[in-house]
Design a protein. Structure first.
Length: 193
């Protein structure tokens, strides 16, 4: 073997040997210490915004209650059919959307969660409702319920009706109540129950 290629091979081996490469050649992590703000990012204390009270929390309006949320008036054990709500407390809950027309969202939520039992128009003739004995939401008794009572029925359920508070949340419950009021008004105008 000629001397020139042999020297080149030996030079390359000496420069690329494992010990030298791993111990002496700076890696990308070592280069971070050259730029001061990279180094600060590595050593900074972690921020836990949900634990500390001095960190401001800017959230999308309506997504997280930051003023205490809605008070609880549920009673009993959610895993028991006796779970429900206090009707007196429910009747005091005021609909912030009262008088507003029904929305497409209220219509969609009603048909997604309620119509299976209560039927497309709320008459209690849904596919599952006829087997369970779901009441008509167009009857005089249902019309007499306050908006807060209907909201509580959605939130907590009662008797055979399961709770839907984990599926229909916050203002969306009021949209369902307003849609139901529209159905009740249309049924009253048509003269049927």
């Amino acid at each position: 073997m000629p001397r020139k290629p042999l020297r080149l091979v030996l030079l390359l081996l000496s420069l690329t040997g494992c010990d030298r490469y791993y111990n002496d050649v700076p890696g990308p992590d070592d280069l971070m210490h050259i730029i001061p703000w990279f180094d600060a990012m590595i050593k900074q204390p972690s921020v836990r915004p949900c634990v500390r009270g001095d960190v401001p929390r800017y959230t999308v309006a309506g997504s997280v209650p930051i003023t205490g949320g809605v008070p609880e008036w549920g009673i009993g054990d959610p895993m028991n059919l006796a779970y429900g709500f206090d009707p007196a407390a429910a009747d005091k809950v005021v609909n912030p959307l009262a008088g507003q027309p029904a929305t497409e969202t209220g219509d969609t939520l009603f048909h997604t969660y309620c119509s299976v039992c209560h039927g497309q128009a709320g008459a209690g003739n849904g596919l599952v409702g006829v087997k369970l004995g779901a009441p008509s939401l167009l009857a005089d008794k249902a019309r007499g319920y306050t908006d807060g009572y209907l909201y509580s029925m959605i939130r907590y359920g009662r008797g055979v009706m399961p709770l839907y508070g984990d599926k229909i949340r916050g203002t969306d419950r009021w949209l369902v109540v307003n849609y139901l009021r529209q159905l009740q008004g249309a049924a009253a105008t048509a003269g049927g129950n």
